[in-house]
Design a binder for this molecule. Structure first.
Ligand code: GLY
Ligand code: MN
Ligand code: MN
Length: 488
């Protein structure tokens, strides 16, 4: 009897293991409890007798009847976990009672629709909003128009202004456009459009009720410090991006195109199950590395003797990395390239050391700029460390999270913030210095977690020191033998 039990137990373990190895779709999204807790945290910040109204991102058109791949608004995602368009959420400071129901939040989502789902994919619908997202009160978007809510009873109605390009889909009477129109009607258009006030008294009353600033300020404070659940996903995004950089280092050769470099990174992050890049990939060879937001990535050969600047970040379950490495196309830095590279590295190291709780978030920037200015002067690229120059036109530090430039108050570093450290030197052709420096563009960017024990470099896996990069580039790549037929 006992041996039977063990037999079935072991069989169960084997089978459950076989079936549990890879779920059909990703299961490691933030939990419904995470989003519920975040709504509670927002509620705690809201003023008395207020309601927060948050909308999903609009669908954006690419051309004709093709839309861009949909991406949820990060604030909406943070508060709800909903990844589909055409939705809104109302979060009340206090318990509300409507038709004998008591609640303090309501979500309106896309209703299930077999025909629409055949074209654009599965919707979770009202039942999904309840079961998967944990909203006790959920409705389909087309119920909002007749939803009995008296906005005038609130002392504050807080929302972000509708400054996005929201278009009306004539085939859908409950799209984001309609939700916003109904909201304006309910709150009274006059109340929102302060320029159109009919009387002075109305103006005063409206101004008191409507607030389009408070919500983003609250969201900034919530989002700038990451919870353990968020850190897990963010770390994964960063590590995936670092592995992508390593694979590029191994595969790089002077005849590779910028687009191929981008492709190697994309292959790696897709293999790990990351959805997209968190921002357009930047792969700039030679002088292209001096263009800060270079996204054409269309140079056919990165070129012998050139540096290749690669700013690449995978987005994993909504969280995006932001990692830059700059490497020599042929595997060896020239003397000039190494001098500039090592200077940027020195600035980055000194900056990272200042990522300490209590230090100002702007502190590393000051430290890095000082080192870079002194170094540039020493190399004779600028006259003195005080000379104004354009070789480092950007700051070195920003928060990352659901956005690559995540909201932050930029006060002092706090535990569990994740902030980039990204000094650079860019010397375009024709710069006012010896031409041996022209075309050198270097940025080194890492994602730093603030902890009680000091900074932790989450992207450290990808080599940063010039000699470590050269050593990595000597390693074999699985792509060396990846030969495709010539189609010319
Ligand atoms: N990749 C954008 C940035 O570094 O800020
Ligand atoms: Mn950055
Ligand atoms: Mn970057």
């Amino acid at each position: 009897m006992k041996s039977h039990f063990y037999f079935f137990f072991i069989l169960f373990l084997i089978l459950s293991n076989a079936y549990s190895q890879k779920p059909e779709t990703p299961q490691d999204y933030l939990s419904k409890d995470f989003h519920k807790n975040r709504r509670e945290a927002l509620r705690n910040m809201m003023p008395p007798n207020s309601v927060a109204v948050v909308f999903a991102n609009p669908i954006r058109n690419r051309s004709n009847d093709v839309d861009y791949v949909y991406h949820q608004d990060p604030n909406f995602y943070y508060l709800t976990g909903y990844r589909e368009p055409n939705a809104m959420v109302l979060i009340f400071k206090d318990e509300q009672t409507l038709k004998e129901k008591t609640f303090n939040e309501v979500i309106f989502v896309q209703g299930r629709n077999a025909y629409a789902e055949m074209w654009t994919g599965k919707r979770i619908g009202v039942v999904g909003a309840q079961d998967e997202l944990g909203f006790r009160v959920a409705y389909s978007g087309n119920e909002f128009k007749s939803y009995e809510i008296d906005f005038s009873k609130f002392d504050k109605i807080i929302f972000e202004n509708f400054n996005n390009d929201v278009r009306d889909d004539p085939r859908d009477n409950a799209d984001l456009f309609n939700l916003i129109e109904s909201f304006k009607e309910k709150v009274s258009f006059d109340l929102i459009n302060l320029n159109n006030m009919s009387t002075d008294k109305m103006k005063v009353e409206s101004a008191k009720k409507i607030d389009t600033k408070m919500l983003s300020a609250f969201m900034t404070t919530l989002r700038e410090v990451k919870t353990p659940d968020e850190l897990k996903l963010l770390k994964k995004a960063v590590e995936i991006s670092a592995v992508g950089q390593i694979e590029i280092m191994k595969a790089m050769h002077p005849n590779m195109s910028e687009a191929e470099v981008q492709g190697v990174h994309e292959f790696v992050y897709k293999k790990y199950g990351a959805e997209y890049e968190g921002y357009p990939s930047i792969v700039g060879a030679g002088g292209n590395g001096c263009i800060l937001h270079y996204v054409e990535n269309n140079k056919m050969n990165v070129g012998d003797g050139a540096l290749v600047l690669m700013d690449l970040g995978a987005e994993y379950r909504g969280y995006t990395a932001d990692v830059t490495r700059t490497i020599p196309a042929n595997g060896k830095f020239t003397v000039e390239q190494k001098l500039i590279y090592d200077l940027v590295y020195e600035a980055q190291e000194a900056g990272i050391a200042a990522y300490k709780i209590g230090n100002g978030v702007y502190e590393p920037n000051k430290i890095a700029i000082k080192i870079i200015n002194e170094g540039l002067a020493k190399l004779g690229i600028i006259e003195s460390a005080k000379t104004r120059h354009r070789y480092l036109p950007h700051g070195t530090s920003h928060h990352i999270g659901l956005d690559v430039h995540d909201p932050g108050n930029y006060g002092k570093f706090e535990e569990n913030m994740v902030v980039t450290m990204e000094p650079g030197i860019y010397i375009p052709e024709g710069s006012d210095c010896d031409e041996k420096w022209w075309g050198i563009g270097v940025r080194i960017e890492d994602d730093i977690l603030i902890t009680k024990n000091g900074p932790v470099n989450l992207s450290a896996m990808a080599p940063r020191k010039s000699d470590e990069i050269e050593a990595m580039m000597k390693k074999n790549s699985v792509l060396t033998d990846f030969n495709l037929p010539n189609l010319d």
